[in-house]
Design a protein around this ligand. Structure first.
Ligand code: UDP
Ligand code: MG
Length: 335
């Protein structure tokens, strides 16, 4: 008996969508990684929203909740949720290690061909997942959300603009919102980059450095409904120091002398010029060196310059002793 037309049409509509996804990646298309710290009020609602989006997409998925040492009832809530949804997986830290650590462990466990990360506080909207995946499939390896209209206090949005501008300028990555919690990755990306410390703010920089293509789409952002932010004012200092770390390690990790050696030599050169000139003046009997405070400046430059060169050489020694080909990301290997 022929199927009713409506039913037939429905099947045809869904089919190509499912075929989009990589088949056979350990049987899972999408892993959602959710770092959380004391978010007990949000978790049930978040789970509902995730489920409704992912069920509609008709994909095979897992929900990886990483409880970063919560001291509230977050873990119990998750266990209740897991009782009726086997696709929920829970990783619980013994103590609070930070968002980067939670992401790193989630990345390690994620099995899906695509990996979505999002915050647990309902500020990110799970309904954005299909658009993120669509963008990935246009040929990007990492797609970052851009909270164009941000629902956060102004003390957060203004410094964040500045950081994003500077980071984009210095790294050459053309996106507007580096630290958006909502992102999509191809599995290779999350197995390659390792967030540590608080480098979760700069994941696109790490991925870019490993040769991955970075894209961006505008996403909805919602105000925090329950609980409060886990990052205080200290975030700006840490963010700034982490920017230095990221810039230095992505460029000079394997060639520290190119940075320190250059500036070291430059300082020594300027120091020698200054002091040489003052010494000539002294020798000609024009002024006593005790009258020339600049002489001390020259000495400081020479000493600091030698220090810089030495630090660079030390860096080279450390780098040499830890060499391995693991750090190069291989795209294809055809035998
Ligand atoms: N988070 C975490 N460990 C921490 C701090 C935060 O896993 O030590 C989680 C937090 O539960 C949330 C996400 O990281 O799911 C983003 O945190 P938050 O919403 O406080 O940051 P904001 O939106 O203020 O930037
Ligand atoms: Mg938040």
């Amino acid at each position: 008996m022929p199927e009713p037309q409506a039913q037939q049409r429905q099947r045809q509509e869904h089919k190509p969508q499912v075929q989009h996804y990589h088949q056979g990646h350990k049987g899972i298309d999408i892993s959602v990684v959710i770092p959380l710290y004391n978010e007990e009020e949000s978790l049930k609602e978040l789970h509902q929203q995730l489920r409704s989006t992912l069920e509609r997409m008709r994909v095979r998925y897992e929900l990886l909740f990483v409880d970063d040492g919560s001291t509230d009832r977050s873990f119990n809530v998750l266990r209740d949720v897991k009782r009726f949804d086997g696709r929920v997986k829970i990783i619980r830290f013994r103590r609070n290690y930070g968002k980067s650590a939670a992401l790193a462990v989630g990345f390690e466990k994620a099995q899906g061909a695509y990996v979505i990360t999002m915050d647990a506080d309902l500020q990110d909207d799970p309904a954005e997942i299909p658009s993120l995946i669509k963008k990935l499939e246009e040929g990007y390896d990492l797609v970052s959300g851009w909270k164009k209209v941000r629902r956060d206090p102004i003390t957060k949005t203004i410094p964040s603009r500045f950081f994003n501008f500077v980071t984009s300028l210095l790294t050459g990555i053309k996106i507007h919102d580096f630290n958006c919690g909502l992102k999509a990755y191809r599995n290779e990306v999350v197995k390659t980059i390792q967030p540590y410390g608080e480098l979760h703010r700069y994941l696109p920089v790490l991925a870019h450095n490993a040769g991955f293509r970075i894209g961006e789409i505008v996403v909805q952002h919602r105000p925090r409904k329950y609980g409060k932010t886990k990052f205080g004012i200290g975030r700006f200092w840490k963010g700034f120091l982490d920017l230095l770390t990221v810039l230095f390690t992505t460029r000079y990790f394997r060639r520290p002398l190119h940075l320190f050696g250059f500036w070291g030599m430059f300082f020594v050169f300027v120091g020698v010029l200054i002091d040489g000139w003052l010494a000539v003046e002294w020798a000609l009997g024009r002024t006593a060196l005790s009258n020339r405070p600049l002489f001390l400046g020259g000495i400081v430059l020479i000493i600091v310059g030698i220090q810089f060169v030495s630090i660079g050489l030390l860096g080279e020694m450390i780098s040499k002793s830890k060499r391995s080909t693991d750090e190069y990301t291989i795209r294809d290997y055809i035998k």
